[in-house]
Design a protein around this ligand. Sequence first.
Ligand code: KG4
Ligand code: ZN
Length: 350
Amino acid sequence: MTKQPDELTVLGIETSCDETAVGIITGGQQVRANVVATQFDIHAKYGGIVPELASRAHIENLDACMAEALAQAGLDAEQARAEIDAIAVANRPGLIGCLLIGITSAKTLSLVWGKPLVGVNHIHAHACSAAIELPADRPPWPAVALVVSGGHTSLFHVRSPLQIELLGATIDDAAGEAFDKVASILGLGFPGGPIVERTAASGNSQAYTFPRTLLSRDSLDFSFSGLKTAVLYTVHGPGKTTGGLERLCPQDIADIAASFQAAVTDVLVTKTMSAVEQTGAHTVVVGGGVAANTALRQALTGTCHDRGITLHLTPMRYCTDNGAMIAYMGHQLLVSGQIDPLSLEARATS
Ligand code: KG4
Ligand code: ZN
């Protein structure tokens, strides 16, 4: 008997960067498992992600994540084989070596279980992650989607999960990358976003006036490299890249972190509202690791409220990389018949 869309169960695998993750969703909405293994400890001492180490860690972590996800969903091996209807996997964009680990596992499961394989665009999954757990009969689309992650900062017009139009993207650093680099400049550690946020909590966001780069008037592209350089010169002195951190006290560092966070937030909110005006959308959805940032969440909440725009912030557990968002997108693609052959390839770009 053929299953209805709301009965289909999809397993989603995510290994595009430094999180190994597996999610299981039934009906495109009921999250039965969402297991994420982070690699912070491995990369912290390098101040950034080392691709080769990330790939190896995916190999080591993926089996355990899979077993944990099946256990969370209450499925033993035989039940998993019987109940799971498709294997979705992030196959683009990302670090090639990392993507290949997830893709190889997904292909193996697809072949052994005889279930369809569905390649998912990781950034599109972030763009739609606010819809996970929303009632299936009341999706947030059409919406402007702001995706703010470590590798990408993009605005999309999402008419549906299958109709996603890119409106603008960063021309240099991504917002999360800027957080990570500023954390490194301030000697705060890795990953930068959560640490900068914690440090900023005791700082004055108006202590420093950092640039808000908006590019041309109607542009929906982003640029954060000037902001990062402004922080660098504030710490070390104009034109200098070292030697200044020692003379800053903890309050100075908190003030710089808070002022930087305010500048990023201003730009993200301004551009998102510009996208709303240009598309005529009445709804905004926000996803990606930086969407976990409380200052950004509060600023978007206030601005959307003032303008009568409906805002769906992705629940925190689905902001940073996770398997549930891959399973969610996999479900949408599966239902529309968009499945992939076993020759599915990893792609560094979208
Ligand atoms: O989406 P994600 O998990 O991975 C990518 O697809 O890149 O995003 C990771 C990024 C990192 O740059 C991290 O520093 C940032 O999200 N991030 C945050 C916060 N939590 C994670 N940035 C600002 N505030 C946070 N609370
Ligand atoms: Zn991501």
